[in-house]
Design a protein around this ligand. Structure first.
Ligand code: UTP
Length: 452
């Protein structure tokens, strides 16, 4: 049956492995790899149907609520509303952690990497403490959904188990696994991996929506009374998980999917930008920006499309239900990647492969209503993407310590040059909480210090 389907799709070399040519182990691996894979969909992607088409037509800059709004009198009602939704248990947190982290080059889930400046806490540990701090503050657990991939699911679960779920209740954390798709060669053939199975790749963070539905997590959210999903990526230690202002603004505006942005610093900065076309909000990946959009200037000569996405979104649960009801509505993006395979003689060799992925932000234009909130990069965005340089472990640690030092400076406390400081979210989740504990703090900080 599977064999015949593969033949019909021109994948005879795989069909043969399922028949007489493959060992029982190989057969088993291939069958398992293709379990749940929609082969007809993959075939249409190979034939270039259902692929993302760059948006045509005039693009306007996004309508953005400026960062200054946060300290205005008008913000109070939104913050109050956000807090109320949190204390009524209406918000879930969701982190996507199914990526391969290839730029970081580690053989483990990215979430286990130690990132904090003094204690070297892992990303998962830090997020868990933020969620625990919110639970303490609002008197209500925040269900935390963690998307993994087939490759890192067991490692991720084991890591949480070994660490006693970092103080959260095991039942408050819900792992779910995203889909995988076979990678292909330039001429559309599936690739045999070193382990004898197929070379597969996770189906992108856009796979979150269908994975939520298929895994039963969406139904579970409904059962728990969740209305809003706070979405973030695994690599940003500065994320303000379940920020009440963002939740309140999004909810009071009856938005279905909303985004946080920072001001781009250069035309070339590698972040996606939020733009508008008519009444639709769009997010364009940096690699899809054409030069006319990338280098467009406003009347004052500044970057016109300045709203750089930091991949933090609020998404209504019922919006996810509606866009997944009849299968995924997201277009697929095609990306080249180097793949190591063994050739006919068993020698390892690198080939240029192609992977297909969907992107979560392609759901933005499907939303009838969306808001975009500007935040300050130094307060909310320090991603760990690369080993060195921009967006690296080093730059992220530096930004974390700078933020904590700025809180101390606001309280009149000096932090020596080159000194690292770190607050556990359980000590102070934000400046306001630190302010309440000012009497506990020293007058000056002259050595690396952790407040736990
Ligand atoms: P990135 O685009 O940074 O990809 O993912 P990555 O796989 O982590 O890293 P590189 O590009 O291989 O170096 C952004 C976020 O989306 C998640 C990642 O885990 C990260 O939180 N993601 C990405 C998934 O959950 N699944 C995917 O298929 C892709």
């Amino acid at each position: 049956m599977l064999e015949q389907r593969l033949r019909n799709l021109g994948q005879d070399h795989i069909a043969r492995l399922l028949n007489s040519e493959g060992s029982p182990a190989t057969r088993q691996k291939i069958v398992r790899d293709l379990e749940g894979v929609d082969l007809e969909l993959v075939n249409s992607l190979i034939l270039a149907k259902g692929l993302y088409c760059p948006t045509r037509g005039e693009l306007e800059p996004a309508d953005v609520i400026p960062a200054t709004f946060a300290s205005s009198k008008e913000a109070v009602a939104s913050i109050e509303h956000g807090r109320e939704l949190l204390s009524r248990g209406k918000v879930a947190a969701l982190v996507v952690a199914g990526g391969q982290g290839s730029r970081l080059g580690i053989d483990a889930p990215k979430g286990v990497v130690g990132v904090t400046p003094v204690e070297g806490k892992s990303l998962f540990h830090l997020f868990a403490e933020k969620i625990l701090a919110l639970k303490n503050r609002f008197g209500r657990a925040i269900p935390w959904f963690i998307m993994t991939s087939r490759e890192n699911d067991s490692h991720t679960r084991e890591y949480f188990r070994e660490n006693g779920y970092f103080g959260l209740d095991n039942g408050e954390i819900h792992f779910f696994v995203q889909g995988m798709l076979p990678s292909i060669t330039e001429d559309g053939k599936f690739i045999i991996a070193g382990n004898g199975g197929l070379f597969m790749n996770p189906d992108g963070h856009g796979g979150t929506f269908m994975a939520l539905r298929r895994s039963g997590s969406l139904g579970m959210m409904k059962g728990l009374g969740i209305e809003e999903i706070f979405y973030f990526q695994v690599d940003n230690p500065l994320v303000k998980v379940c920020d009440p202002l963002f939740i309140g603004l999004h909810s009071l505006n009856r938005a279905q999917m909303s985004s946080k942005v920072v001001r781009k610093t250069t035309f070339e900065e590698k972040v996606g930008v939020i733009t508008r076309q008519g009444d639709k909000t769009l997010l364009l990946e940096y690699s899809d920006l054409d030069d006319a959009v990338r280098y467009a200037r406003d009347a004052a000569g500044n970057i016109l499309h300045w709203a750089g996405s930091i991949a933090i979104h609020l998404i209504r649960r019922d919006f996810v239900e509606s866009i997944t009801e009849h299968g995924s509505l997201l277009p697929f993006h095609r990306a080249r990647k180097r793949i190591t395979v063994s050739d006919a003689s068993g020698k390892m060799t690198e080939i240029e492969g192609i992977k297909f992925e969907t992107f979560l932000f392609d759901a933005l234009p499907l939303a009838d209503r969306s808001i975009t909130l500007e935040v300050l990069r130094e307060e909310e965005f320090a991603p760990v993407k690369n080993l060195t340089g921009v967006d690296s472990l080093e730059s992220s640690r530096h930004m974390q310590t700078s933020l904590y030092a700025s809180w101390l400076n606001r309280l009149g406390i000096e932090v020596g040059n080159g000194i690292s400081v770190e607050f556990s979210p359980l000590f102070a989740l934000d400046f306001e909480e630190l302010n309440l504990k000012a009497a506990l703090l020293p007058r000056a900080i002259e050595k690396d210090t952790y407040f736990g």
